[in-house]
Design a protein around this ligand. Structure first.
Ligand code: NAD
Length: 280
């Protein structure tokens, strides 16, 4: 039997259609400010996609595309201006920033009420406390929706996350813990990850290592979420060897067409939420 494909494209399209409807009746359209420093190839493509999908649902975006050499003070100043601009609902800074930036300092500068990427310590801290943050990071939020598409009951599920980054692994671990899962977070220094993933009901791979997770890494019927975006021999592939695991997994997200579209849909949802939060 072949695994069920969790179609992120389709789920994301439904979410965007709902947002479009919500926006269509608003007197003023939600407005997302995007700060991009430099010309990192992947970042330029991600930003273009965010703008394209925002435009499709009737959301306004403004891109501040700054030269690589821009200093930190200028970015902090721009964020402060956007924080105080009532016409701006959400602010994101496309990561990674060039090396001369302190990324934490930049993120801390964004008002938690406009932090639609959900990276500000107010929002991550509230999530950690299992209280209601204003915003939850888009990728983990999207992953939760994909998992919930196939797992009706999360309580007590054994989940292994491969990757412990601030934008994926850590917030996702907190979200799953808040849903009563037993969560193991692994990273580059974890020994014998395979022994852990083999016992997991759900495996989330977010390490950026092409096709790392093989068939003998997983339990029969497991739900697999592939976050990785890797380029291998000119093609995009994930961190899970899709063809190898398909006969054993219960459900799996494809790459592309799984987590990627959900990340953008959740960012748009956060921006619409920001509009309502600021226009109560
Ligand atoms: P990161 O580099 O910040 O973190 C990678 C994590 O994986 C680290 O915790 C590291 O210790 C761990 N890791 C690296 N090699 C490993 C190995 N061999 N074994 C076990 N753990 C290992 O990366 P990130 O920003 O979290 O991104 C991870 C991947 O997810 C990348 O491929 C990225 O492109 C992708 N990504 C996709 C989306 C999306 O929307 N689809 C969003 C964010 C990231």
């Amino acid at each position: 039997m072949s695994a069920k494909i969790i179609d992120g494209r389709q789920i994301a399209a439904k979410i965007r259609a709902t947002l479009k409807e919500k926006i269509s009746v608003l007197p003023l359209k939600p407005h997302l400010a995007i700060i991009l420093v430099g010309n990192d190839d992947a970042s330029v493509i991600y930003v273009r996609n965010k703008q394209k999908f925002a435009q499709e649902i009737g959301m306004r975006t403004t891109l501040y595309h700054l030269p690589e050499t821009t200093d930190s003070a200028a970015v902090l100043q721009l964020i402060e201006k956007l924080n105080n601009d009532k016409d701006v609902n959400g602010i994101i800074v496309q990561l990674p920033l060039p090396d001369h930036f302190n990324v934490h300092e930049v993120i801390h500068q964004i008002s938690p009420l406009k932090d639609v990427d959900g990276f500000h310590p107010y929002n991550t801290g509230m999530l950690q406390n299992n209280e209601d943050p204003y915003f939850i990071a888009a990728t983990p939020l999207g992953i939760m929706k994909l998992i919930q598409n196939v797992e009706t009951e999360l309580s007590g599920k054994n989940v292994v996350i491969i990757g412990a980054s601030l934008i994926v692994g850590r917030p996702l671990a907190t979200l799953l813990l808040n849903h009563e899962c037993t969560v193991t977070v692994t990273h580059i220094h974890t020994r014998n990850i395979k022994e852990l993933t083999r016992k997991a009901d759900i495996v989330v791979a977010a390490c950026g290592v092409a096709n790392m997770v093989k068939n003998d890494w997983i339990k029969k019927g497991a739900t697999l979420i592939d976050v990785g975006i890797n380029r291998l021999e000119g093609k995009i592939c994930g961190d899970i060897d899709f063809a190898d695991v398909c006969g054993t997994a219960g459900a799996i997200t494809p790459v592309p067409g799984g987590v990627g579209p959900m990340t953008i849909a959740m960012l748009l949802q956060n921006t619409v939420d920001a509009y309502f939060l600021q226009n109560k």
